[in-house]
Design a protein around this ligand. Structure first.
Ligand code: SAH
Length: 347
């Protein structure tokens, strides 16, 4: 059975052709499942009974199940979802004043091995399928619906567990479905994919001709520091990463956001701020400073508030645009992968 929630429009159009149908059937199905939120083929009243039977034989409409839910006082909801094979993944809803942002996981576990991150405590088991990423949004939409607020997900960040560019094709299908006006209709500029920085994939992404935002987890201004905290840097040092960023800027005509977690005593000095501004000068760069969520016993701690402000001021003085990321869910297991790691008894 094919899960219809994982079908990207152009691929579904091809499938319709092989079923001796016209291409427009694909859009018709999109409208039923996403706009009218049909849960079964029986509801699809403008599709003939005969073709509905064909569809039922080939396709299914399946969403993940909510295994556990944590609610924060600030409105953040953290979900542990269970997939068909029993795998568990984290999905987070954050309520910004501008909309409902969902943080989506792209893999079960992660192999990138960043030393500060709880997600990597559990190695990658497998990639998530497009329907399992769409499913995360649908579950949150259902929650927002049930709560009767007539709200829905307005923004997506692919910043949950996993490395999206280590699951490139599925993630691209996912963002295309999310962006499709007859599916989730979330504007490209409201979707952000975050990568630890795989140069070849950044170039490939630049060539896609899509307007979806790209964020890069930089976290360090020198190879020496970055290789220590992010294993990916040992394979692709900063010079290669920055070349790919410049290629992206030129080819896609867009700027990237650099994410930079401030870790006490590791990457948060004024010297580091100067090195960072030297590294990214000449790009259209924008820096998002992230207060670190302590993960028990890994030895890293968040920088003091004063240090964060000084770091920000130094970047600004050097002509770099930077902001501090707003924090959510500090009263629940906020750190990436923390809830899942606890469930699997790793933390
Ligand atoms: N693999 C992708 C996306 C998942 S991580 C990437 O590396 O970008 C999403 C972001 O959360 C990354 O910037 C990551 O470095 C950051 N992050 C991981 N653990 C964190 C923690 N404990 N506190 C704050 N940010 C964290």
């Amino acid at each position: 059975m094919i899960n219809l929630y994982g079908a990207e429009l152009s691929k579904l159009e091809q499938q319709m052709l092989t079923l001796d149908q016209k291409k427009y059937r694909a859009t018709q199905l999109f409208k039923w499942i996403y706009e009218k939120k049909a849960n079964s083929f029986d509801e699809m009243s403008d599709i003939s009974l005969r073709f509905r039977e064909v569809l039922k034989e080939k396709y299914e409409l399946r969403k993940p199940k909510i295994y556990q839910r944590q609610n924060s006082n600030d409105g953040t909801v953290k979900l542990l979802l269970e997939l068909d094979d029993g795998a568990k993944i984290e999905t987070v809803l954050m309520r910004y004043n501008y909309g409902n942002v969902v943080c989506v996981s792209s893999q079960v576990g992660c192999n990138m091995g960043c030393s500060f991150c709880a997600s990597g405590l559990l190695r990658k088991q497998r990639n998530l399928l497009p329907e399992e990423m769409i499913g995360q949004i649908l579950i949150v939409n259902d929650l927002l619906d049930i709560e009767g607020k007539n709200e829905h997900v307005t923004h997506i960040v692919v910043m949950g567990t996993g490395e999206p560019f280590d699951n490139y094709d599925n993630v691209l299908d996912f963002v295309r479905i999310a962006n499709n006006p007859h599916a989730l209709a979330i504007g490209a500029r409201h979707i952000t994919v975050s990568t630890c920085g795989i140069p070849d994939r950044i170039r490939q992404y630049a060539n896609e001709g899509i307007q979806i935002n790209l964020a890069i987890s930089l976290h360090a201004p020198t190879d020496e520091i970055r290789s220590r905290i992010m294993r990916i840097n040992q394979a692709y040092p900063l010079s290669q990463l920055m070349d790919a960023v410049r290629y992206y800027e030129k080819t896609a005509g867009r700027r990237v956001t650099f994410e930079y977690i401030l870790l006490k005593g590791i990457n948060d000095s004024i010297d580091n701020a100067n090195q960072l501004s030297d590294l990214i000068r000449g790009t259209l760069a924008y820096v998002n400073l992230i207060p670190y969520n302590d993960v028990l016993e890994n030895g890293y701690h968040r920088s003091e508030d004063g240090t964060v402000k000084k770091f920000l001021n130094q970047l600004t003085k050097r002509g770099i645009t930077a902001t501090i990321r707003k924090e959510f869910g500090t009263d629940i297991d906020a750190a990436c992968g923390q809830l899942r790691a606890k469930e699997e008894k790793i933390l």
